[in-house]
Design a protein around this ligand. Structure first.
Ligand SMILES: Nc1ncnc2c1ncn2[C@@H]1O[C@H](COP(=O)(O)OP(=O)(O)O)[C@@H](O)[C@H]1O
Ligand SMILES: [Mg+2]
Length: 260
């Protein structure tokens, strides 16, 4: 029997009269990489924010590992790791000090924490920057350090909001490989992206969102097959969403939206 890491039922978020997410019903299987794909402003971050209990839905329901995102907020928070577009680290503190701070917050015992920090920094090729203030780090280094932070807590589910935006190609390739590694070790991963290629390469299944509406949800191969043998994921998206330009960046596979 398939077990589901996440189930949403008509999840909706309104900001005033504006509907950011509209009746989103989907299921994420345990152990899969699930891509949420859509142009800027589609409602991806809003959806992630509801699932990670940062904001409350206007209506609808959702569970994360069987826990209700409204009634069991604390239980949900304990089992998840979240990486947003904004860095969660304190710039004046060193990489090590930041990780010690978060590790204690997660309740990890001191000796074990120190070992985990050293192996995490090693794995993400940051060991030589251990004593450097995070404020001096490049965006790619910050993103890698944020992954070290999240992994300290050994979450069963990772939420990654636009994990590759604004990074150089070498860092993008490094981070994609790490996402696949983390998944192979058994964690479920939900990632949002407006970059078709990333969704295509990483995801077991893809949900396409536009103007807050879920338009399609399937494997990338199945979505492409519906349009014909040689269709790209980009063509599938345009098939559902149309070609109308989005006001924030114009074309959806270009231009990062925000940095840190
Ligand atoms: N706190 C908020 N107040 C008002 N509007 C918001 C707020 N957060 C997001 N929105 C709007 O909701 C829409 C979806 O935003 P978001 O979920 O951030 O999109 P995405 O992550 O797909 O780019 C956008 O039009 C955005 O301007
Ligand atoms: Mg977003």
């Amino acid at each position: 029997m398939v077990k589901y890491a996440i189930i949403t039922d008509k999840l909706t978020k309104k900001f005033g009269d504006f509907v950011a997410d509209n009746d989103i019903s989907l299921k994420v299987k345990e152990g899969e990489i699930f891509g949420i794909l859509g142009p800027n402003g589609a409602g991806k971050t809003t959806l992630i924010s509801m699932l990670t209990t940062l904001i409350r839905p206007t209506s609808g329901h959702a569970t994360v590992l069987g826990k209700d995102i409204i009634k069991q907020q604390l239980e949900v928070r304990k089992s998840i790791g979240v990486i947003t577009e904004k860095v969660t680290m304190y710039p004046p503190l060193t990489a090590e000090e930041n990780l010690l701070f978060f590790g204690r917050l997660y309740g990890i015992e001191r000796k074990q924490l120190k070992e985990k920090i050293d192996s995490g920094l090693e794995e993400f090729q940051l060991s030589k920057f251990k004593k450097r203030p995070v404020g001096t780090f490049s965006l790619g280094m910050k993103r890698r350090l944020d992954l070290v932070r999240v992994l300290l807590n050994e979450p069963k589910i990772f939420f990654l909001d636009e994990p590759t935006v604004g990074l150089d190609p070498i860092t993008v390739s490094f981070i994609k490989k790490k996402i696949l590694d983390i998944n192979k070790k058994g964690s479920t991963i939900i990632l949002t992206t407006h970059i078709m290629q990333d969704a295509d390469e990483l995801s077991d299944r893809v949900a396409m969102i536009d103007h807050g509406n879920l338009m399609a949800c399937d494997t990338s191969a199945a979505l492409k097959k519906k349009l014909g043998k040689k269709a790209t994921l980009e063509e599938v998206f345009i098939h559902y969403a149309g070609k109308e330009l989005r006001d924030e960046t114009g074309r959806m596979s270009l231009a990062p939206r925000r940095g840190f």
